[in-house]
Design a protein around this ligand. Sequence first.
Ligand code: HEM
Length: 114
Amino acid sequence: MARFFTDNRFHDNGLAQIAADRGLAEVTRNPLDANKFSTPSLRNIALTAPYMHDGRFQTLEEVVEHYSSAITSRATLDPNLAKHPTAGLQLSAQDKTALVDFLKTLSDPQYIQN
Ligand code: HEM
């Protein structure tokens, strides 16, 4: 649903595998589901560090750096992310700051205080 900024599906977003966690495949036993994790909501994302299923990133800057450069290429990688060049998107410093600033706009002060 658009207002939650998630598609409520599972994807491989190219994180380097650092633990023996096969993601969705752990449940489905389908090797094509390896490395796929539930897409979390981006609502109030600035307030919910650390990020990813294992909390590997402490800051939104690190998250954006992942999408800009460090995508792990493998058979299960999301087809859209697989279109990125091998070296990653290589966003400029300005683009990265703009993306982080955008993510910060997804905070909802009314929800937080009520
Ligand atoms: C520049 C575009 C994107 C931004 C700014 C972004 C942002 C984020 C953030 C902040 C998180 C961490 C959420 C949390 O831990 O609470 C996240 C996780 C995730 N994103 Fe993205 N994302 C982008 C593109 C994508 C794409 C294209 C896909 C795949 C279709 C994707 C799939 C996922 C998944 C599956 C997770 C959860 C991974 C895990 O828990 O290990 N993202 N994203």
